[in-house]
Design a protein around this ligand. Structure first.
Ligand code: SF4
Ligand code: SF4
Length: 189
């Protein structure tokens, strides 16, 4: 170490230069707008296309949309959906889901099940706070899925709209057929 370096070290130590350098950074950030959120008191605005917990939806008249077709189960890459269906005795040829399970611990939130559903019975919501100490509560059954759907109905509708799944009546007719509208008719590409 030459004499120049040693004198620099000496003055750095005497003048507490490292402390001043660190304080400069601290003072600089005191006048910046903070970018951290004080969660859970403060929460981010979640975009409409956000893929949160799945929910099952009803039509406006309260009828369950799900017709138990199993397409969501077939589309799921994580194999975390189980649908058990039977024919609806009050409406011959129409089926309904008697049981519906989603193991949310296995879900990768890809949204394929929502896309596969021909009647938009499934939607994703902005619900993301479902951590628990009991993993068994993360096997969402039909009752829980309808509860989530009802509680987050507006967000679920926004999700379907943001993902081009459900448009308003005019747009929707061009994009997707309404069940049980006959599907033999040519659809616009
Ligand atoms: S979001 Fe994806 S992984 Fe989750 S249930 Fe639907 S298809 Fe399966
Ligand atoms: S949620 Fe949709 S795709 Fe899944 S069983 Fe019901 S109607 Fe079929």
């Amino acid at each position: 170490m030459d004499s120049r370096q040693s004198s620099k070290r000496f003055f750095d130590a005497v003048l507490f230069r490292e402390i001043w350098t660190a304080m400069k950074v601290t003072f600089k950030h005191m006048f910046h707008r903070p970018i951290t959120f004080q969660y859970p008191r403060e929460k981010r605005t979640i975009p409409d296309a956000h893929r949160g917990a799945l929910g099952l939806l009803r039509y406006d008249n309260g009828v369950e949309r799900c017709v138990g077709c199993d397409l969501c189960e077939a589309a799921c890459p994580s194999r975390c959906i189980k649908v058990i269906s039977e024919e609806d005795k009050s409406m011959p040829l129409q089926r309904k889901a008697t049981e519906f399970y989603i193991d949310i611990t296995k879900c990768v939130f890809c949204g394929y099940c929502v896309e596969a559903c021909p009647v938009n019975a499934l939607a994703m919501t902005k619900m993301y706070e479902f951590s628990t100490h009991d993993k068994r509560t993360l096997l969402f059954d039909k009752k829980r899925l309808y509860e989530i759907g009802e509680l987050h109905i507006e967000d679920a509708k926004k999700y379907l709209y943001a993902h081009n799944q459900e448009k308003n009546d005019e747009e929707s007719r061009a994009y997707r057929y309404h069940f049980p509208q006959p599907v033999g008719k040519e659809t616009d590409s």
